[in-house]
Design a protein around this ligand. Structure first.
Ligand code: GLP
Length: 253
């Protein structure tokens, strides 16, 4: 895994945006795998700035989001649909027909077939070029919680208590309001992307980063599978990198 340690959140965001912009200029019909959470917001802001000020063109881009809660209406403020429109899609020129976010409003019994369709759709467009990833405190990627099969595909996942506690702050601090299930791309789905771009910032992520980069590959830390990916880049700020013991690229901007 290529690890780049940066000064802070701002530098992480700008460097991540630059990776994507460089690829996008080379390949205008880029297929992007996108993530939610507070971590990638700065990267989205920088991409929006590049679109507005430098004419970075997203008109041919196709996107697939990693995951979505089950049971929230799309217009619920905490749905990942709302998140993506608010923080990215409404500010750039990706046609709506080229945007894919798992549909968490379907009845439970229809979701397995829908997940198969999602996988098929990714293949039809030629696979994901760059998959952006945040990381959960428990080492999850997407909503692949510890114990997820490292070969898993898009499916329903029960959320870990830790994840629901972490996300309760977005639901007025009420853990009971946090959905119990989500649709998520599988670890196997994620690993098929041609490039993985993991972002991590802040001391809360330091332990998960340590396990991901320097720990053994284990389903108990799903992000650790990235060690097997031929083109995985992790951009980590100093605080999130504080437990790393080996030498890495350093980019202090
Ligand atoms: C959620 C998302 C993950 C994300 C994680 C971390 O659980 N499903 O994709 O990586 O949150 O969120 P944050 O970036 O806010 O720390």
């Amino acid at each position: 895994m290529r690890v780049i340690i940066v000064k802070d959140y701002d530098r992480m965001s700008k460097l991540a945006a630059k990776f994507i912009a460089d690829e996008l200029r080379r390949k205008p019909a880029l297929v992007l795998g996108l993530a939610t959470g507070s971590t990638p917001i700065g990267m989205y802001q920088e991409l929006i700035r590049m679109h507005k000020e430098e004419g970075l063109d997203f008109s041919k881009v196709i996107t697939f989001n990693l995951d979505e809660y089950i049971g929230l209406p799309k217009d619920h403020p905490e749905s990942y649909h709302s998140f993506m429109w608010k923080h990215f899609f409404q500010h750039v020129n990706i046609p709506e027909s080229q945007i894919h976010i798992p549909d968490g409003t379907l009845p439970m019994e229809d979701i397995p077939a829908y997940c198969e369709w999602y996988e098929k759709r990714i293949k039809e467009v030629g696979g994901i070029d760059i998959q952006v990833l945040g990381i959960g405190r428990d080492g999850h990627i997407g909503f692949n919680e510890p114990g997820s099969s490292l070969g898993s595909r898009t499916r329903i996942k029960t959320l870990a208590r830790e994840t629901r506690e972490d996300n309760a702050r977005f639901f007025d601090g009420n853990i009971d309001a946090v959905p119990k299930y989500a649709i998520t791309m599988g670890v196997g789905t994620i690993m098929e992307a041609r490039m993985l771009l993991l972002l991590a910032s802040g001391p809360n992520k330091a332990e998960a980063v340590k396990k991901t980069v320097e720990g053994p590959i284990t389903a108990m830390c799903p992000a650790s599978i990235m060690q097997l990916h031929p083109k995985a880049v992790a951009i980590i700020d100093q605080e999130a990198a504080k437990y790393l013991e080996r030498e890495y690229e350093v980019d202090m901007g």
